[in-house]
Design a binder for this molecule. Structure first.
Ligand code: ATP
Ligand code: MG
Length: 423
């Protein structure tokens, strides 16, 4: 049998890659407008980074990491998310010495050993951003604005932004006590995972995907019930700024999100019509994280969105996403001498910034014209021995169906002129 790609992975092939490139272009554009700089971190890291930076009680660390020993007996993990790496890089590269806050974004593959199903892959792609060194609620609002603005620009509809405050370690301690009190008598009916969470990190129970756990915790005390003054004020201010920005959000007191280190603001964006895996973006504030992984005490907030899920929403909503691609010039050369001249001309046109291709299989004229058709060529340059002897080339305008002869030494100028007029 032929070798197939690993379960939960995808090939992104021509025909589909254009959609990805379109998304990536939009991402780079909006990030540059909002003043976020790109950061690229390694695709693998020391396992300990995620154990500490994502948290031992999360599903990611507990169940989903691709971890292996390398040849030097180091435990390595393929990154399951981007925040921990960005915080590590912030510390390691002393970015805390720069003007704060530092606003960065990343774009790339993440790896999680999950049951592969619709909307859930083992290698998937995230666009994420992090703001480090800013604790003002304006930072929270701005980052949610970026997300909202981004989804609007790419034309997504029917999205819901939910926000919550999960409090800080001080008020969370109070919530933990109340939650454990509430769950005490229901404990035996929780799923095995949640029974485990009960002592380790009871708040995680509110995030359980299991419907019977969700039902049991329906009326559980929420973190909003126990917010301290500082956290309550932060949450109120964040909402005030979101109102100014005109963002229609919903408060969801049950949304607690995946990371162990979230503090204060947590948020999620969901989309309709893509099935059970409907979260397209999630994020939150993680003021304790940089310190947790050995850096200076630094407030932080960030989000990550799943590009596969975004593309699937775009598909469902028939969002137009194919960028205008410039039609290429195709050179059809007949005979070896013309082929050599054509090859030279090909280089010339490309140097001038024009997309240009020629047949590489030695086809006849008919085959080359068919090839030009498939490439959706705007112009075909036909070059045979006869034209070559007269230093001419036949230019066929594929849209108008007309052709004319142009001197070889004027062809570049002609095409530059004509393709420029159209743009
Ligand atoms: P979910 O609840 O769907 O498991 P999550 O809380 O694990 O999501 P995050 O860790 O917050 O997700 O990652 C941010 C985004 O990355 C998600 O909102 C989703 O769009 C995307 N994502 C997460 N896991 C996967 C996956 N296995 N395949 C595809 N996209 C994913
Ligand atoms: Mg998950």
């Amino acid at each position: 049998m032929s070798i197939q790609r690993p379960k939960g992975t995808q090939d992104i092939i021509p025909g589909t890659i254009e959609k990805w490139q379109f998304l990536e272009e939009q991402i780079r554009k909006i990030c540059s407008e909002y003043g976020y700089k790109e950061i690229r971190t390694p695709v693998f890291e020391a396992t300990e980074l995620f154990q500490r930076g994502v948290g031992e009680t999360t599903d990611i660390v507990n169940k989903e990491m691709y971890t292996f020993m390398d040849k030097g007996q180091r435990s390595i993990t393929l990154r399951p998310e981007g925040t921990a790496s960005v915080c590590r890089a912030y510390t390691e590269n002393k970015l805390y010495a720069l003007q704060q806050p530092v606003k960065m974004y990343y774009l790339g593959p993440m790896f999680r050993y999950e049951k592969s199903q619709a909307g859930r892959f083992r290698q998937f792609h995230q666009f994420g951003a992090e703001v480090l060194g800013g604790e003002d609620p304006l930072v929270d609002a701005e980052i949610i604005c970026l997300i909202w603005d981004f989804f609007g620009r790419i034309g997504l509809k029917g999205l819901v932004v939910e926000i919550n405050s999960v409090g800080c370690p001080t008020c969370r301690a109070e919530h933990r006590i109340r939650l454990q009190e509430f769950l005490q008598e229901r404990k035996d009916d929780l799923c095995p995972d949640c029974q485990n969470r009960f002592t380790k990190n009871p708040m995680r129970i509110l995030d359980c995907k299991n419907s019977s756990c969700q039902k049991l915790t329906e009326n559980a005390p929420t973190t909003l019930d126990t917010l301290c003054v500082d956290c309550a004020e932060h949450f109120a201010k964040t909402q005030e700024y979101l109102n100014i920005a005109g963002i229609a959000y919903r408060i969801n007191p049950r949304m607690v999100r995946g990371l162990d280190y979230y503090q204060k603001t947590a948020f999620e964006v969901t989309a309709e019509g893509i099935g059970a895996q409907n979260a397209i973006c999630g994020g939150g504030r993680y003021d304790g994280l940089v310190q947790e992984i050995g850096g200076p005490a630094t407030p932080g907030i960030g989000f990550a969105m799943g590009l596969e899920r975004i593309l699937s929403v775009m598909e469902k909503q028939s969002v137009e996403m194919l960028p205008e691609v410039e039609a290429p010039v195709v050179i059809a050369a007949l005979g070896e001498a013309a082929r050599q001249e054509g090859f030279r001309l090909l280089g010339d046109l490309r140097q001038a910034g024009m997309p240009a291709v020629m047949d590489l299989l030695g086809k006849g004229l008919k085959g080359q014209l068919k090839y030009a058709d498939r490439e959706q060529a705007r112009y075909v340059l036909i070059l045979g021995d006869d034209e070559l002897a007269r230093k001419m080339v036949i230019v066929r305008d594929m849209r108008l169906g007309e052709q004319q002869e142009i001197p070889l030494d004027q062809i570049k100028a002609f095409l530059l002129n004509h393709t420029k007029c159209e743009m």
